[in-house]
Design a protein around this ligand. Structure first.
Ligand code: FAD
Length: 309
């Protein structure tokens, strides 16, 4: 159950492996957290690192291949992650071919270090539509229903896969789930192609993700914050910080303000829970749901196969 990026990717993997899987969900993709994501392949606020690295490596490869399918909304783009201090190589570097140190001329004034790398940029409204079409083409169906327990999802099913994101907090009583609030500003694209990440900006996490027609500017990562209303002061701060890094953003048209609640958890829950109705949990991906989606879907498929014998 669940129709965000995790539910859709998992359901596609199951159906394309010949397993008769359907989706039950409270909300369709445009209303999910997944549709708010920036979205760049980048491991952020998701744990544990060893599993994240292996799921991320697999997902990178799948997304890179999808970038050859224009209707998927996946682009391969070069960009930089910049720092005020010297930093070691990123811990995720083995998952990304060709990560290199920035040249000095690639660093904005006041920054001392950085990494340049090519990674998938995923235009979520397009990508979620592509995933939905692929699921339906594979014979899948979607039932819109809010559940108060996983048993309600089962019907005739022999196993339920829980991809409820933050919804798992209520659905299975997982109080270790906490929102990590993210606010973004969507603006017109003045011709930018490179992404910029400035995670340690003293005024707040800052990123610029250029897509084909617009740019996503961010952001925030506020632990335990549930407010879904965009805050105007926060939006002004995002615009100011991003324009400081990329002056071509000055005066761009603001198209939209959005907030999403990342499904934060001390560790991603991807495991089987046995019982009369076996369940497989696949939730709690924090700021990395897209980055880990295909790797997690593969592992879930393995658990479903084991369960069905
Ligand atoms: C501002 C922002 C920027 C981000 N940027 C990135 C990025 O660049 N890269 C990246 O990898 N990740 C990024 N993320 C994180 C990413 O969006 C999430 O990790 C991901 O969307 C989680 O996907 P999900 O499918 O688990 O959850 P969701 O998208 O929230 O989907 C959950 C689904 O479960 C359903 N559901 C929940 N409870 C119930 C219930 N009781 N009954 C029935 N259905 C239920 C919902 O209706 C929904 O369909 C970002 C997030 C934000 C907010």
């Amino acid at each position: 159950m669940g129709c965000g990026v995790i539910g859709l990717t998992t359901a596609i993997s199951l159906r394309e492996a010949g397993i008769d899987a359907g989706i039950v969900t409270a909300e369709l993709p445009p209303a999910t957290t997944s549709s708010v994501a920036a979205a760049l392949w980048y491991p952020y606020k998701a744990y544990p690192e060893d599993r994240v690295l292996s799921w991320g490596r697999r997902t990178f490869a799948v997304l890179e291949e999808l970038s050859g399918t224009p209707e998927s909304g996946v682009l391969m783009r070069e960009g930089v992650e910049i720092w005020h201090e010297q930093v070691p190589d990123p811990w995720w570097a083995t998952a990304v071919p060709g990560v290199r140190r920035c040249r000095e001329d690639e660093l904005p004034q006041g920054y001392r270090d950085g990494h340049a790398f090519v990674a998938p940029v995923i235009e979520m409204p397009i990508y979620l539509g592509y995933l939905m079409d692929r699921f339906i083409d594979a014979g899948g169906s979607v039932e819109i229903r809010s559940l108060s327990s996983l048993d309600e999802a089962a019907g005739e099913a022999r196993v339920v896969v829980n991809c409820a994101g933050l919804g798992a907090r209520d659905l299975v009583g997982d109080t270790s789930m906490e929102p990590i609030r993210g606010q973004i500003v969507r603006v017109s694209n003045p011709g930018l192609e490179r992404f910029v990440l400035d995670e340690e900006n003293p005024d707040g996490v800052t990123y610029i993700i250029p897509r084909s027609l617009d740019c996503i500017l961010g952001g925030t990562a506020d632990d335990g914050e549930w407010d879904l209303e965009p805050n105007p002061d926060t939006a002004s701060g995002i615009l100011r910080r991003c324009t400081g890094l990329e002056p071509r953003l000055r005066g761009v048209e603001v198209l939209e303000h959005r907030v999403g609640l990342r499904p934060g958890r001390p560790e991603i829950r991807l495991e089987r829970e046995d019982g009369d109705l076996p369940r497989i949990h696949n939730y709690g991906h924090g700021g990395s749901g897209i980055t880990l989606s295909w790797g997690c879907a593969d592992e879930t498929l393995g658990l479903v196969r084991e369960t069905l014998g």
